[in-house]
Design a binder for this molecule. Structure first.
Ligand code: NAP
Ligand code: ZN
Length: 355
């Protein structure tokens, strides 16, 4: 149903009021539509581990302002458009990832890297809202107002629920593969087989790279081949870690908690790069000398720009790449959070907002 959108209006949302407090139902306000805004009636929203970091306020360098409504893997139907909108019509399906605004004028924005905006991108939640004031509220909600430039098109015919995780898990792992030019035949290792990790395996396999999964969970090993990896190795398997030393062109780490990096740096080949995308603060146990001799790099990467996100969505639609999801109702969010933290998700929870 199209809301009255010429003034700020309430929508139902699921959020929490303090670190570790349970997620509960509430009403939040969405802004009146500006000429370039669209209203998205949210159908599906993925649960990313970033939502959990922010709900629990567990990353000291990125504090949470409560109350918070998380969610940044959003797919929904456009049910109202501002007077100047050209990209969407009422009835279209649109996707929103982790970012809803940026200055649009700096060199990085103009290069399509809005997430690195020199004046600070506005992220989908827990981010100062330069338009309405206060903090932004995300996609665990019945609806969201977003500038059309930050909404990507979703190809007809794709599985909407299983495509939602591409908007964060997908772009966050695709972008490093593009930047570090992962090619067919190259060896890539994906560290951590969760939401990001399992999409990363599919994306790397689609490029015909030789994929190895590094997991802490013995019960996930059987999924390696189905997802497109040649092998899965347990971190604790010292013999395999030794055998694989010096072999990887690229490693993508999706682990959400600090751990010893050195055993993985030892796996990098000459000029190899370990890209961390996990939202962890301390990088532990790194031997500088081990980087020097092989000209190895440690890097980081955050989501991806809007043009690259659109390219990824189109790429996945053409190749039928989606996430492996478990669909839940809004009332199951708290339970889903616990299961994600306990590595008990195969491999992404997606909230069915209409359930
Ligand atoms: P997830 O679904 O929880 O997957 C993380 C996986 O890491 C786990 O399933 C587990 O896989 C492995 N792991 C190893 N040690 C762990 C530990 N101590 N605790 C939990 N997991 C451990 O998380 P996600 O949604 O993929 O997100 C991964 C990280 O990326 C989070 O920190 C998230 O905030 C961050 N992130 C960053 C960006 C970005 O733009 N840079 C975007 C999205 C998310 P195994 O069972 O295989 O060991
Ligand atoms: Zn995310």
């Amino acid at each position: 149903m199209a809301p009255e959108v010429d003034r700020a209006f309430p929508v139902r949302a699921y959020g929490n009021d303090a670190a570790n407090a349970p997620i509960t139902t509430r009403q939040i306000m969405r802004r009146a539509l500006r000429p370039n805004d669209v209203f998205i009636d949210v159908l599906y929203c993925g649960i990313c581990h970033s939502d959990i970091h922010q709900n629990r306020d567990d990353t000291p360098s990125q504090r949470t302002t409560f109350p918070i409504v998380t969610g940044h893997e959003i797919i929904g139907r456009v049910t109202a458009v501002g007077s100047a909108v050209t990209k969407f019509r009422v009835g279209d399906i649109g996707g929103v990832g982790a970012m809803v605004d940026s200055c649009g004028a700096c060199t990085t924005c103009r290069a399509g890297r809005e997430m690195n905006c020199l004046n600070g991108a506005t992220f989908t939640y827990n981010s100062p809202d330069k338009i309405s004031g206060g903090m932004t509220f995300g996609g665990y909600s019945d609806g969201i107002v977003v500038a059309e430039a930050f909404v990507v098109r979703v190809s007809p015919g794709v599985n909407l629920a299983a495509s939602a995780p591409l908007l964060c898990a997908g772009i966050t792992t695709f972008s490093p593969m593009q930047h570090w030019r992962l090619e067919a035949g190259q060896r890539v290792g994906i560290i951590g087989l969760g939401g990001l990790g399992h999409v990363a395996v599919k994306l790397a396999a689609a490029r015909k790279a030789d994929v190895t999964i590094f997991t802490t969970s013995p019960r996930k090993i059987a999924d390696a081949r189905r997802l497109g990896a040649r092998q899965a190795v347990l971190w604790s398997d010292e013999a395999s870690m030794k055998r694989l030393a010096g072999q990887f062109d690229l490693l993508v780490s999706t682990v959400p908690q600090p751990y010893a990096f050195q055993p993985f740096i030892d796996l990098l080949s000459l000029d190899g790069t370990l890209v961390n995308v996990g939202a962890l603060e301390g990088l532990h146990s790194i031997n500088g000398l081990s980087l020097i001799f092989g000209r190895k790099s440690i890097a980081g990467s955050v989501i991806g720009g809007i043009p690259e996100t659109q390219a990824l969505m189109d790429y996945c639609a053409t190749r039928r790449i989606t996430a492996d999801i478990e669909l839940i109702r809004p009332s199951q969010i708290n339970e889903a959070f616990s299961r994600v933290v306990n590595k008990d998700v195969r491999y992404r929870f997606v909230i069915d907002m209409k359930a």
